[in-house]
Ligand binder design. Structure first.
Ligand SMILES: *[C@@H]1O[C@H](CO)[C@@H](O)[C@H](O)[C@H]1NC(C)=O
Ligand SMILES: *[C@@H]1O[C@H](CO)[C@@H](O)[C@H](O)[C@H]1NC(C)=O
Ligand SMILES: *[C@@H]1O[C@H](CO)[C@@H](O)[C@H](O)[C@H]1NC(C)=O
Ligand SMILES: *[C@@H]1O[C@H](CO)[C@@H](O)[C@H](O)[C@H]1NC(C)=O
Ligand SMILES: *[C@@H]1O[C@H](CO)[C@@H](O)[C@H](O)[C@H]1NC(C)=O
Ligand SMILES: *[C@@H]1O[C@H](CO)[C@@H](O)[C@H](O)[C@H]1NC(C)=O
Ligand SMILES: *[C@@H]1O[C@H](CO)[C@@H](O)[C@H](O)[C@H]1NC(C)=O
Ligand SMILES: *[C@@H]1O[C@H](CO)[C@@H](O)[C@H](O)[C@H]1NC(C)=O
Ligand SMILES: *[C@@H]1O[C@H](CO)[C@@H](O)[C@H](O)[C@H]1NC(C)=O
Ligand SMILES: *[C@@H]1O[C@H](CO)[C@@H](O)[C@H](O)[C@H]1NC(C)=O
Ligand SMILES: *[C@@H]1O[C@H](CO)[C@@H](O)[C@H](O)[C@H]1NC(C)=O
Ligand SMILES: *[C@@H]1O[C@H](CO)[C@@H](O)[C@H](O)[C@H]1NC(C)=O
Length: 563
């Protein structure tokens, strides 16, 4: 009794004190210049491993699961005039076989003994029919697809490119030639070479991309259809770009692609625990991987220059990590932080990866159709792909700036914040405030907001929560149809739910961000996502300092009495 009263008092005291140390949030005006990276609402796409496309999308155009279409519609409904970005690829795009005569099913696993992280399939043009049908159903999806570089003498790339282009038309965004060539040596993919070098790669990239000049859909190289180098790990991007890659391919390259995870779980162990992901400075450092190469890509602002894309990422490679990748803190908050950071430093799109049912970093898990009653589940990363389009939505595109709150870009801090500017008006349209802590933090907005601002929270009860998560008042908890339900504080397990809606910003403009959560502040009515007028009841009552001190004195008094 004594002990629990003591800890309760201490908790209250620290929360009161914490509420006093408000985090000041100020944002500067920005000017228009070509060095500013303008991103669109569909910045955060989803990457699917080729091998498991059937688990999500069915076997042919007549078996596309409605639930999957509902999930994609949820994203599409938030991207305004932009299509949803999907990528189909991964290691399996390099190891699989394309058969033009294979109809239904659109793909089949071919090697039951394959490494679980690289399972080859036989697949055929039905895949493109399914993707085209999906795009029609959700009113706009554009695709990155892969062409294999595993045998550069194999001309199937011409068939893949021709079929995909004929069927997908303008929904075919780009073709990634090869996947993670910097791992070919360590994966034993070039047994005849002691070291597969950048020069070997450039020669092979040239050979395989040339197959795209003569396809059933014509010369695809005319319109910068290719992307690469899709390196992840061992090669230096700047060196590769300067050793001939850019000079040789700049006329056919649409995107310069990277794939990078903060750590791997490929060998049964991993380097970083959950706290790594809660530290914004680690996310900033992570996004700076290949900074020299990124500078080369981003500083080229000439017409038709290749843009920077992260074609695959997630919290840990080889399927993620239990109780890390599948948590609210990592799946939802860290994913948004990393995506916003990449938007701030020059990427034009990023794709979060998802694999077969049961993998820890998946956005959603499809049902195992051989188990009766098994159903779809929504995991924490799916909330990130819903929230980002609402943050970035703008007719003119958006410019994202890290506010370096409390020096969080380089120091230990439990907060982080971004300002999002409309690329047309250059006015700040949104603030994104992260609180990775378990207790509440008050943010004090220093600049005045024009009109009536509103706030919307992505929140949960705990950093390790996996299901009870809400964006505004919507949640996927307990659903299996890919549609959100509305939750309130009366919903079982949601008593912590902060209220989204308009808030008063005249005078002291402070917002309370419960821990853990992310708050999106819509700075004027025109961009408000919600017109409901609600008080910001998540805000804690401001308690006089003397009360807090009294609490402390009282607590210590009790402490001495108790021991
Ligand atoms: C926040 O700003 C207020 C007034 O502008 C100032 O008094 C206070 O010291 C600032 N707090 C921090 C943590 O910088
Ligand atoms: C695809 O085919 C497999 C094998 O016949 C079947 O088990 C599965 O249910 C099919 N998928 C869909 C979505 O119909
Ligand atoms: C998306 O919006 C359309 C109308 O624009 C609506 O019919 C559909 O129900 C919405 N889908 C979801 C999943 O919210
Ligand atoms: C499909 O094409 C492949 C390769 O061209 C061939 O080996 C296979 O026999 C064909 N299958 C059918 C059913 O025609
Ligand atoms: C591709 O073919 C050329 C000769 O046509 C041969 O020298 C080379 O070894 C082949 N490459 C591979 C990876 O098989
Ligand atoms: C292998 O090739 C890569 C890329 O060209 C290079 O960075 C690396 O230093 C080479 N390794 C060895 C052992 O030569
Ligand atoms: C283009 O491809 C077709 C079919 O593979 C082939 O017959 C033709 O010779 C190729 N043309 C050129 C110029 O390579
Ligand atoms: C495609 O490229 C190859 C190799 O550069 C060349 O031989 C061929 O003529 C080109 N085909 C077309 C249709 O341009
Ligand atoms: C589905 O469940 C069965 C029975 O537990 C299992 O053997 C099979 O591997 C599962 N399949 C998938 C795709 O998860
Ligand atoms: C703070 O950051 C330093 C590195 O900058 C790290 O060594 C230390 O563990 C961090 N402390 C906490 C509490 O996260
Ligand atoms: C959920 O709330 C939204 C407004 O936020 C409303 O439009 C919608 O009808 C509600 N859905 C249900 C099922 O109550
Ligand atoms: C939004 O709320 C304001 C009052 O705050 C009201 O005047 C206006 O009509 C509302 N707009 C819509 C579209 O409901």
């Amino acid at each position: 009794m004594g002990l629990s009263a003591l800890s309760l008092s201490l908790v209250l005291v620290f929360q009161f004190l914490h509420a006093y140390a408000a985090v000041n949030v100020s944002w500067s005006t920005i000017t228009s210049d070509s060095s500013k990276n303008v991103v669109q609402s569909n910045f955060l796409g989803v990457s699917f491993e080729l091998s498991f496309m059937d688990q999500y999308f069915g076997n042919d155009t007549s078996t596309i699961p409605q639930t999957m279409l509902n999930y994609l519609s949820q994203i599409r409904n938030r991207t305004g005039s932009n299509p949803v970005r999907l990528r189909i690829g991964g290691n399996s795009a390099d190891s699989s076989t394309y058969l033009q005569n294979q109809t239904s099913p659109m793909l089949k696993l071919t090697d039951p003994d394959a490494n679980s992280n690289n399972q080859p399939v036989d697949y055929g043009p039905m895949l493109w029919d399914v993707l085209q049908s999906v795009s029609g159903s959700v009113e706009g999806v554009e695709y990155l697809i892969g062409v294999s570089l595993s045998d550069p003498n194999n001309t199937d790339g011409s068939k893949i490119g021709g079929d995909a282009k004929s069927i997908l038309g303008n929904n075919l965004d780009s073709i990634l030639v090869g996947n993670e060539p910097d791992l070919y040596t360590s994966h034993g993919n070039r047994p005849l070479l002691q070291n597969y070098t950048v020069q070997d790669y450039i020669g092979e990239f040239s050979e395989v991309s040339d197959y795209l000049n003569n396809t059933s859909a014509g010369d695809l190289l005319n319109n910068q259809i290719c992307s690469g180098p899709t390196i992840c790990c061992d090669w230096d991007l700047a060196t590769l770009l300067q050793q001939g890659y850019l000079a040789t391919f700049s006329n056919i390259l649409k995107y310069i692609t990277l794939q990078h995870y903060p750590q791997n779980n490929c060998f049964g162990s991993y380097q970083y625990g959950l706290p790594y992901y809660l530290q914004h400075s680690n996310t900033v450092a992570l996004a700076g991987w290949q900074q020299h190469g990124i500078d080369i890509v981003v500083s080229n602002t000439s017409a038709g220059h290749p843009r920077l894309v992260m074609s695959e990422f997630n919290s840990a490679s080889c399927g993620g990590i239990a109780n890390i990748s599948d948590t609210f803190a990592v799946g939802s908050l860290w994913t948004l932080d990393y995506a916003l950071q990449m938007a701030a430093i020059g990427y034009s799109a990023v794709y979060i990866h998802t694999r077969e049912k049961g993998v820890f970093y998946n956005l959603i898990d499809p049902p195992n159709r051989t188990l009766s009653g098994d159903t779809w589940t929504t995991n924490p990363p799916f909330y990130a792909v819903l929230v980002l389009p609402e943050i970035l939505q703008s007719d003119n595109g958006s410019i994202v700036v890290d506010l370096n709150l409390e020096g969080s870009m380089t120091s230990n801090s439990t907060v982080a914040g971004y300002a999002v500017y409309d690329a047309g008006s250059l006015s700040a349209s949104r603030l994104v405030l992260f609180n990775y802590d378990n207790s509440s933090v008050e943010f004090s907005l220093e600049n005045s907001a024009s009109g009536q601002p509103s706030i919307k929270y992505l929140a949960s009860s705990d950093i390790t929560e996996k299901r009870n998560i809400a964006w505004g008042e919507e949640s996927f908890v307990g659903t299996s149809d890919g549609k959100a339900v509305n939750v309130t504080r009366d919903t079982d397990g949601f008593s912590w739910l902060p209220s989204s809606g308009n808030f008063d910003c005249s005078g002291n403009c402070a917002v309370e961000v419960p821990g853990p959560s992310l708050a999106v502040v819509y700075l004027s009515d025109s961009v408000s996502s919600s017109n409901s007028t609600k008080s910001n009841s998540a805000r804690r009552t401001v308690v006089p300092a003397s009360f807090a001190i009294f609490g402390l004195v009282f607590t210590f008094g009790f402490f001495y009495l108790g021991t």
